[in-house]
Design a protein around this ligand. Structure first.
Ligand code: F6R
Length: 605
């Protein structure tokens, strides 16, 4: 959350900073701002709301230089207005910040006592004042930042710009990522590869606690003990640098359509040509007594679906936790367990904290991540990739199905390793996994029917999603997707649980979306459909031809998904579930890619 970019170069930076912010807007869009050194003094342009508002402010009052910093904010401390928009400035120091400074009140009190004043409600301003105060006491910007870093508690990525210093930016990271980009006579700092990607392909991923002094000639990196260190220079993949919507109206739509391809790519990292499954870093599930899965949001629903797979296919017990609750319930951990963390961004603060908690407790940790350079990937013992490519839409789609594909492959591998599956059974599962991309392509064909029912659904006040077995977590995911992008209240329930309370919500015409292929649980779910239909629900059934035929007497609005092997069916059914939320949101005219109050990667607790 919050996007950061800084350039110290030999040509004008303002347009490139704005361009960088456009690429980073998915990280937060409550306000935006930039600062460049104009005649040796930082000149800021800031605006509440999206980058467009900043662009207007900038056009009305342009300014440029060869050095500058820019920020797009997801608000934590202080309302999302212009005053609280970054960059923040105190004396000669201008700063942009991603994260939370936990001891900012204490720092503010201390600085107040020294006669300093504050104009914002943010925690970030305290950092600018702290550094400026130190410089007032006669030390260099570098020494002042070094001293300030030792005072800060919390998680942050920071970039500083100093009046009178047109060849110096200082960046620092603790808890939040920061990358250095190395250009030709220019150096860049950014909150992720997306920030600097189009400017250069050569990047240094700063390690936890690192700080960097950037000049036009390059960057000097120091570790948390202030020792100069050499960090490897990585070469960005071409696709890490580019994120464009192509012919699609929204990134979310584009990402839904990319799924067959990226799921196939992800599967190729696990399933060999001979349909055996290879796991990285010698991962062997026969060594573990159980698997503890921890994640947030959509990633946690992928974990919930995987629980059914691991238990059914590999006979391996699984517990699934929401990361924000995990360490606070002080779980009794079994050191024989594998702790598996699922995260698209690899930066989710609670998931990272849960990983550290398990590592401290002596568990083996594995991370299923989409960003290989992320903190979670770096800190886990075993890294398991999803190859979804950059996901820009704030609502996760392709990362989710890639997580599912990888988790299904892991469950099959676990089944083979633990002797729960014969060789033939494992091969048959691997074969059906490899068929998933084809069926996902077919599932995209449901779009026309879904579009036709979106208008009616967009008028609903409440929507319920029902599913049984693996379709219960998929129902939770469907409800999450709908509420986050269309702002319609939605809840997911286990189909059999409805009569224990939630059925009271059903009124005449309440949409109930049932996800139920014609499998061994179909008849049970069909009974639950009868129960809600009898109470006036407007049924929407996502099923295959057989299921739709059998439920015809209930007259549901039908979405015909392709018939699929039970192992891969939830991956295939995710497609119409996503399309439904997408088209309802489009019908409502919401900001699909950047829904209100959200940010793509949640790097605060
Ligand atoms: C919902 C969504 C979120 C994320 C969650 C975890 O569409 O995207 O619920 O799944 O914030 O994020 P990662 O996977 O980056 O840890």
């Amino acid at each position: 959350m919050c996007g950061i970019i800084g350039i110290v170069g030999d040509k004008p930076v303002a347009e490139r900073l704005l361009d960088g912010l456009r690429r980073l807007e998915y990280r937060g869009y409550d306000s935006a701002g930039l600062a460049v050194l104009d005649d040796g003094k930082a000149a800021r342009r800031r605006a509440a709301g999206k980058i467009k508002a900043l662009e207007s402010a900038f056009e009305a009052d342009p300014v440029d230089a060869h050095i500058g910093i820019a920020h797009t904010r997801w608000a934590t401390h202080g309302a999302p207005n212009e005053t609280n928009a970054h960059p923040h400035r105190a004396g000669r120091v201008t700063v942009i910040h991603n994260g939370i400074i936990e001891n900012f009140r204490e720092l503010k009190d201390e600085l107040h006592a020294k006669g300093r004043t504050f104009v914002t409600q943010t925690d970030s301003e305290a950092v600018a004042v702290l550094v400026d105060q130190a410089m007032d006491e006669g030390i260099t910007p570098r020494e002042a930042v070094q001293g300030a870093l030792s005072r800060l508690e919390g998680a942050f990525a920071l970039v500083f710009l100093f009046d009178g210093e047109d060849d110096l930016l200082i960046g620092a990271r603790r808890g939040s990522p920061l990358v250095v980009g190395l250009g030709d006579g220019e150096t860049y700092l950014g909150s992720d590869a997306m920030a600097v990607g189009p400017l250069t392909r050569r990047v240094i991923y700063l390690k936890e606690g690192d700080w960097a002094v950037a000049t036009r000639a390059g960057a000097t990196v120091y570790d948390e003990d202030n020792q100069e260190v050499t960090r490897p220079v990585a070469l960005l993949e071409a696709n890490q640098a580019v994120a464009a919507k192509g012919n699609h109206r929204h990134f979310m739509e584009k990402e839904i359509y990319e799924q067959p391809e990226v799921v196939a790519r992800t599967l190729s990292a696990y399933v060999n040509e001979d349909l055996t499954i290879s796991l990285r870093d010698g991962l062997d599930f026969s060594q573990f007594s159980r698997v503890l899965i921890t994640a947030c949001g959509t990633a946690s629903f992928a974990g919930e679906i995987a629980r059914y797979w691991f238990e059914q296919v590999a006979k391996l017990p699984v517990e699934v936790d929401i990361a924000s609750e995990f360490r606070y319930r002080e779980p009794a951990l079994d050191t024989g367990a594998l702790a598996l963390f699922i995260s698209q961004s690899g930066e989710t603060a609670d998931t990272l904290a849960a990983l550290r908690y398990c590592k401290d407790a002596g568990l083996t940790t594995a991370a299923l991540v989409n960003v290989p350079e992320s903190s979670i990937a770096r800190e886990a013992d075993i890294v398991l990739p999803t190859l979804a490519g950059p996901e820009i839409g704030v609502a996760s789609t392709k990362a989710f199905t890639c997580q599912l594909a990888a988790l299904a492959a892991l469950a099959v591998a676990a089944g083979a390793q633990r002797g729960a599956l014969s060789k033939d059974e494992a091969t048959a599962h691997a074969r059906s996994l490899m068929h998933a991309p084809h069926l996902m392509n077919k599932a995209l064909e449901t779009e026309t029917d879904i579009q036709a029912m979106a208008q009616e659904l967009s008028r609903a006040r409440d929507v319920l999603y029902l599913g049984r077995g693996v379709y219960f977590p998929l129902a939770l995911e469907g409800a999450l997707k709908l509420k986050e992008i269309s702002y319609i209240h939605a809840e997911g329930y286990a189909a059999g649980e409805l009569k224990h309370g939630p059925i009271a919500l059903i009124e005449d015409g309440t949409p109930v979306i049932v996800i139920a292929p014609h499998d061994k649980l179909f008849d049970k779910t069909a009974s639950n459909m009868q129960e809600v239909a009898a109470r006036g629900a407007r049924l929407v059934l996502i099923s295959d031809e057989k299921g739709l035929k059998e439920a015809a007497d209930l007259e549901p609005a039908g979405i015909a998904a392709p018939e699929a092997d039970p192992l891969i069916a939830p991956i295939v059914y995710a497609v119409p579930v996503q399309l439904l939320a997408y088209h309802v949101a489009v019908e409502k005219g919401t900001d699909v890619d950047q829904p209100r109050n959200l940010a793509k990667s949640v790097t605060v607790e």
